[in-house]
Design a protein around this ligand. Structure first.
Ligand code: ADP
Length: 608
């Protein structure tokens, strides 16, 4: 499989213990809807009883009204008034039952769906909120496709169940249970004879269970493949068209698509033999009930009404068996999906706030002490023995080859990750002991490319501090000298940037990013300088804005241009995870080390 993972990676089935655990937890999440859940079950019990009350009324009408009336007529007597009364009552009751059934079923569908949909709504919210709180290490471990599939396919897996499946499931179980007791009660002998079909039904259901499980998993897997292909095809459509590979991509899609078709057909075939087999068992049992029941009537062991009751009830009984088998799969996959979502909810937040955390002091010294870091426990050591002190208001440029560990060091200083060894302090407070609120207020990271969210320019700046007033947003833009640039837009700050910010130029996006930082007004800025150059007009504006933003703050800038490091107070050269050189630009050039060589190449390149 290529591209985005489908998310069909972990076990799609639960064992008994897991199932119990998931069920218990799901029920506890349904606590707020307990009342509606009870009402739904009562309503389902009511309309299920109506289904069985119908045949019972028929039995009563036949035995207590129609048979005595027929016998009286045959004997040349008048029809007894009792018989007429009973028949009328039975008909009236039948109508009442129909009405009760209608109301109970209709209300049950809505009430139970309300419980289920509320549960899913809460679950989606919890998962999203947790995803937003999970820290960077989680996003390094998990692939975006899998995370998204938690929200889409795993939540979807429960959707059908929640809407009608659960209702059918509960009503089928009740129907079977009540019917078996009732039939046994009316005639255990006839019930025993009819039970001959049970082993066949059970064997067929077990086989169906296995086959359909396999077919279901294959379908899910292939849907995952097709989706990832689709996603890649759309994300990469520019490249595909640039190389004129549309037809080839379509052909590649076609083969996966064909496999999906085959998988779907397989699952249909499994149903195609099972459903008629159960129907057949239904006919067969009814025939037996009719034959044996008829004989029992002649032997005076059973009334005609009781036989009618059997025949009518049995015809209602085989559909729930079918439904149960089919729903069993849905239930299992929903359980597996829930399990995955619960696991996600249980994922610890790596970068967390300790109890008793304190606020970081403003404008204070940053000390990086013997820091060691790796992204995963068994991964490579990315930083080792990094030792560094940055004075308040100092501007430090980090330079070095790609992959050396500059961004990693910057991310550690901003506590997007915690160091594996050593400590990072600000004003003597270990970052791990600081409140997250003060951390995000005092240290702000400006990434290379700021992300713009759906909304206006103003909304996007305000993202950094949602409570900021309009005039504070304006002041932040003003402080960077970029207010006019945005006010010149046709709708000024109310201009919609669309989701990916494609209505703003790269430079303008950066300005929004810088304005966000200015709005927070932190004491420490961690900047990742853009590598690509912007159009000359904007570039000057961005540089000036950056310069203004840096004023009066401690700055760590990952410098991709030596002009930036030249202007910094000190320069740190990072290579292979260590801080190789540290000093002022002039000192480092004079020392004739690594930086001096880099600088010489650069100056040579510029022809200075
Ligand atoms: P630089 O900023 O100097 O280019 P980085 O700090 O980005 O270097 O990367 C240092 C090393 O850490 C590289 O080998 C890179 O592949 C690895 N690395 C960076 N980010 C991650 C991540 N999120 N997960 C795993 N490894 C990473």
């Amino acid at each position: 499989m290529r591209g985005v993972p489908s998310g069909v990676d972990e076990a799609d089935r639960l064992d008994r213990e897991q199932a119990k655990h998931v069920l218990r937890r799901a029920l506890s999440m349904m606590q707020p809807y307990r009342r509606n859940l009870r009402i739904s079950i009562a309503l389902i019990a009511t309309y299920t009883s109506c289904i069985l009350a119908g045949p019972y009324l028929v039995r009563w009408a036949i035995d207590s009204s129609i048979t005595p009336a027929a016998e009286a007529l045959r004997a040349g007597e008048a029809v007894p008034t009792d018989a007429v009364r009973i028949l009328n009552t039975a008909i009236a009751l039948y109508v009442v039952i129909a009405i009760v059934h209608y109301i109970a079923q209709r209300t049950a569908i809505v009430t139970l769906a309300r419980v289920g949909e509320s549960f899913l709504r809460d679950l989606r919210l919890r998962v999203f909120a947790h995803l937003q709180r999970l820290s960077m290490p989680y996003y390094d471990r998990e692939k975006a496709g899998v995370i998204v599939s938690r929200m889409t396919s795993d939540v979807d897996a429960m959707q059908e169940l929640v809407q009608m499946g659960l209702l059918h499931f509960v009503s089928a179980i009740m129907l079977l249970f009540i019917a078996l007791i009732w039939l046994t009660f009316v005639s255990w002998q006839l019930m025993l004879v009819c039970a001959i079909a049970i082993p066949f039904v059970v064997i067929a259901s077990i086989k169906f269970q296995r086959d359909s499980n396999r077919a279901y998993l294959t379908v899910r897997d292939r849907i995952g493949n097709t989706l990832s292909h689709l996603q890649e095809g759309i994300a990469g459509v520019r490249v595909i068209q640039a190389y004129g590979r549309q037809d080839l991509e379509a052909q590649r899609f076609a083969s996966g698509n064909q496999e999906l078709y085959v998988a779907h057909m397989e699952s249909v075939k499994v149903q195609a033999w099972y459903i008629p087999v159960i129907e057949f068992a239904g006919y067969f049992t009814t025939a037996i009930a009719l034959g044996v029941g008829g004989w029992m009537v002649t032997e005076d062991m059973l009334t005609i009404g009781a036989v009618a009751f059997f025949v009518l009830t049995l015809s209602n009984l085989f559909e729930p068996i079918q439904q149960l088998s089919q729903l069993f799969n849905q239930l299992q996959s929903s359980g597996a999906a829930l399990q995955k979502l619960f696991q996600l909810l249980d994922t610890d937040i790596d970068v967390n706030e300790r109890p008793g955390a304190i606020d970081l002091p403003k404008h204070s010294t940053i000390e990086v002490e013997d820091v060691m870091f790796r992204y995963s426990p068994d991964g490579e050591t990315v930083l080792d023995g990094v030792q560094l002190t940055i004075a308040p208001g100092e501007r430090l440029a980090l330079v070095g080859p790609t992959g050396a560990g500059k961004s990693t060091l910057a991310k550690l200083v901003a506590r997007l990750y915690d160091p594996v060894g050593g400590t990072i302090r600000m004003g003597g407070v270990d970052l791990r002991d600081a409140t997250l609120e003060s951390l995000r207020r005092e240290i702000v990271v400006v990434p290379q490319e700021g992300f713009l969210f759906h909304g206006t320019v103003r909304d996007n700046v305000r993202l950094a501090r949602p409570e900021a007033t309009d005039s504070e947003v304006l002041a932040a833009l003003e402080s960077l000298g970029v207010r006019e640039r945005f006010e010149a837009f046709s709708e000024g700050l109310d201009t919609e940037v669309n989701e990916r910010g494609s209505r703003l130029s790269a430079g303008e996006k950066q300005l929004v990013s810088l304005a966000r930082a200015a709005l927070v007004d932190p004491s420490v800025l961690v900047l990742d300088e853009a590598t690509s150059s912007l159009d000359p007009g904007t570039e000057a504006l961005v540089e000036r804005a950056m310069e203004r933003l840096m004023e009066g703050r401690t700055v760590i800038v990952i410098a991709h241009r030596l002009s930036t490091s030249e202007r910094a107070h000190r320069v740190g050269v990072v290579t292979e995870g260590t801080l190789l050189e540290l000093g002022t630009h002039d000192e480092l050039v004079a020392s004739g080390g690594h930086y001096a060589a880099l600088y010489a190449t650069w100056v040579g390149g510029l022809g200075r």
